[in-house]
Design a protein around this ligand. Structure first.
Ligand code: NAD
Length: 265
């Protein structure tokens, strides 16, 4: 909950202004500098949140994005590393104070191609699980310990429509996302009494570096033609759904998987 000393919403309302839905909230977005996560970072900031753009690798895009968003900061953290995830939450507190309201766990990996299960090497399975399953778990674990109680805490994880489509050849990736969905639902029940909700967003094919990796132009067109709406999604199709789940209006949506896929499955 915002401190009565920092929450100017009642003053704005009294003056006839509609406060932004996430005014005063602090949001950590993992994978927050690339693909869908970057658009989520921008969208949450446009709704009034102070965003921690969490990234791995090259700091320049993350720092440029954070500098373009009102009051955002960029923090490097490998989500598969427990100490770095703890450090990410510490950095959010150092930047914005002890109240953290929102975790969006968008960081993820998908290899350009996965073989059938029979041909999947344990290392490929483990690489997918390290980031997608373990990384999401580590972030959710910190969020469950540290997000504000009382109704405004929000956790949004990222699954995939492939969990519903069970596309052959994506077994390792699909298994990680099934784990994310199941863990998110358990977390929602565990936290239900605290006023923190936990939901998962499951996009269909979305135009990001992850989607395009290793795909020919023909393959991209083929995927688009498989979509009932005859186009793949854009990050801007997904970010507003995340923004809604983070808002007060979504306070009674809990433990759900929201499929954002143009009817793909
Ligand atoms: P992307 O590859 O464009 O972005 C993923 C981000 O995760 C990158 O910024 C990357 O740096 C970050 N990341 C990777 N490993 C990390 C680690 N160990 N620690 C911290 N950050 C790490 O992919 P995207 O398409 O934007 O994917 C966002 C989420 O949506 C992912 O969880 C992905 O599985 C899911 N998803 C994407 C699609 C799609 O078609 N694009 C479909 C369904 C689900």
């Amino acid at each position: 909950m915002s401190s009565p000393h920092t929450d100017v919403s009642p003053l704005l309302e009294a003056a006839g202004h509609q406060p932004l839905p996430l005014h005063g909230r602090v949001a950590i977005v993992t994978g927050g500098a690339g693909g869908i996560g970057a658009v989520v970072s921008s969208h949450l900031a446009s709704l009034g949140a102070r965003v921690v753009v969490s990234y791995i690798g090259d700091p320049v895009p993350a720092e440029q994005l954070a500098a373009s968003l009102n009051g955002a900061v960029a923090v490097c953290a490998d989500v598969s590393d427990a100490a770095q995830v703890e450090g990410l939450f510490d950095a959010a507190e150092a930047a914005f104070g002890p109240e953290i309201h929102i975790l969006v766990a968008a960081a993820g990996v998908q290899d350009a191609a996965y073989p059938a299960i029979a041909d999947t090497e344990p290392e490929q399975w483990e690489r997918a699980f390290a980031v997608n399953a373990r990384g999401t778990f580590l972030c959710c674990r910190q969020a469950a310990r540290r997000l504000v109680r009382g109704g405004r805490g929000r956790i949004v994880t990222f699954s995939s429509s492939n969990v519903a489509s069970l596309r052959p050849g994506y077994g390792a990736y699909v298994a990680t996302k099934a784990a994310v969905e199941a863990m998110t639902k358990v977390l929602a029940k565990e936290l239900a009494g605290t006023g923190i909700t936990a939901n998962s967003v499951a996009p269909g094919p979305v135009a990001t570096p992850m989607f395009y990796a290793g795909k020919s132009e023909e393959r991209v067109k083929a995927v688009a033609s498989e979509c009932p709406m005859k186009r793949i999604g854009e990050p801007t199709d997904v970010a507003p759904v995340v923004g809604f789940l983070c808002s007060d209006a979504a306070g009674w949506i809990n433990g759900q998987v929201i499929r954002v896929n143009g009817g793909y499955v």
